[in-house]
Design a protein around this ligand. Structure first.
Ligand code: F6R
Ligand code: MN
Length: 194
């Protein structure tokens, strides 16, 4: 949808227990195979994918016209698990229109949002139920689930015309990673960061 002249107000229900929103316009399923080269432990990745191309995370979207001023919304669900000792996480991205922000509201689970900007700053904010996270424009963002037995579920909204730049993160990675060490999450430098 490229114009919003005939776009009408709407409501939808958020079902936290079943991790669904009502009448989604899109359901994205991201599997291990879509994350090649993104995890630190490549051997663990290859061994895991040989057994099963498992689902890492899912996104339900509510569309809005892709014009300035509109908001695209949805629910993001990162499943529990690890590749080697690195937690399941989203690909992560900058917005194509870099100066566009995003609102996140965590409804279930425990995790981190890893963020960084082209100016060289990074930030990791903890996500717990009822935490609201504001990702300012210019900051790439990736959700990471640090629980071993529960999904990390967030509601998000961002400018519908923002677009996604996945390529920068696919090539460079994030500066920091969240891994499990002695049963606890630790933030470490990404040895492969370019
Ligand atoms: C949209 C946004 C989220 C993510 C979702 C999946 O701009 O940030 O809806 O799209 O959490 O992560 P990615 O898009 O990085 O695969
Ligand atoms: Mn985003």
């Amino acid at each position: 949808m490229r114009d919003n002249k005939n776009f009408k107000p709407f409501t939808y229900k958020v079902d936290i227990k079943n991790e669904e929103i009502s009448n989604p316009d899109n359901h994205i399923i991201r599997k291990l195979s879509s994350m090649k080269g993104q995890y630190m432990d490549e051997k663990a990745y290859e061994e895991m994918i040989k057994k099963e191309d498992c689902i890492l995370y899912e996104v339900y979207e509510k569309f809005a016209p892709e014009v300035e001023g509109e908001l695209l919304q949805g629910m993001s669900i990162v499943h529990p698990g690890k590749v080697g000792n690195e937690y399941f996480m989203t690909k992560g991205h900058f917005h194509q229109i870099l100066d566009t922000a995003e609102f996140y509201y965590c409804v279930k689970g425990h995790g981190y949002m890893m963020m960084e900007n082209p100016e060289g700053d990074w930030a990791a904010e903890e996500l717990l139920p009822n935490t609201v996270l504001y990702v300012p424009g210019r900051w790439a963002h990736r959700s990471i689930n640090i629980k071993s037995d529960e999904d990390l579920v967030t509601i998000f909204a961002y400018p519908a015309n923002a677009g996604h730049d996945y390529a920068t993160i696919e090539t460079k990675g994030f500066r920091k990673l969240v891994i499990e060490e002695n049963g606890k999450p630790e933030i470490i430098d990404n040895p492969k960061w370019k």
